[in-house]
Design a protein around this ligand. Structure first.
Ligand SMILES: [Cu+2]
Length: 201
């Protein structure tokens, strides 16, 4: 999709920029006696072309965007895990409602969202004060955390590892402190982690 958007954009830029440069060079005023520009009214074939071609481009981009967004927005009916993510000034809380586990930041450390690899986790994202945004660059995913509203999406990480996350919506003085970490672990390690959390709390 990135290529499908970028190539037509480059072509449109080249045509428009090229025409501007070409017309300002080719039709510049050579004879100082000429003060009146050429005047004409209409050019139906040109007008039809500059109406129909953009409509076709926008229509084509819409046709590929709609199913792609549907794919990204789509929630599986029964996710393997559910995590409620709450953004607040100035950190994050991760709640595993089915597991009765809650994760908060420890002093001086960002909070950590732990996800099982190869499983689908439904994230229910909200905020308790102002608008924040949940952003994990490695997942190519960002979504606003809006007070009074739950934004649900599925994450299905496949590779184990640690991925830094950030608040991507300026939310006040300590916005920059709102980092978090996503740790993706094998499903059995995920179960062990949950058991440890439960016994320690
Ligand atoms: Cu924030």
């Amino acid at each position: 999709m990135w290529i499908a958007f970028t190539l037509p954009a480059i072509a449109v830029y080249a045509i428009v920029g090229g025409l501007i440069v070409w017309s300002s060079v080719a039709y510049r005023r050579r004879d100082p006696a000429i003060v009146q520009a050429a005047r004409f009214h209409e050019n139906p074939p040109l007008e039809i072309a500059w109406t129909v071609i953009p409509i076709l481009i926008v229509g084509g981009l819409f046709a590929i965007t709609y199913p792609a967004e549907h794919h990204v927005e789509n929630l599986v009916v029964s996710p393997d895990e559910v995590v409620q993510v709450v953004g607040f000034r100035w950190s994050w809380r991760f709640l595993y409602p089915r597991r009765h586990v809650a994760i908060d930041a420890k002093e001086g450390e960002p909070p950590e969202l732990v996800l099982p690899a190869g499983r689908t986790t439904e994230i229910r994202l909200t905020s308790s004060d102002v608008v924040h945004a949940f952003w994990v660059p490695a997942f190519l995913f960002k979504r606003d955390a809006v007070p009074g509203r739950v934004n649900a999406f599925d994450l299905s990480p496949t590779k184990t590892g640690s991925y830094p996350g950030r608040c991507a919506e300026y939310c006040g003085t300590f916005h920059a402190h709102m980092s978090f970490n996503v740790r993706v672990v094998a499903p059995d390690a995920f179960e062990r982690w949950l058991a440890e959390r439960k016994s320690s709390s």
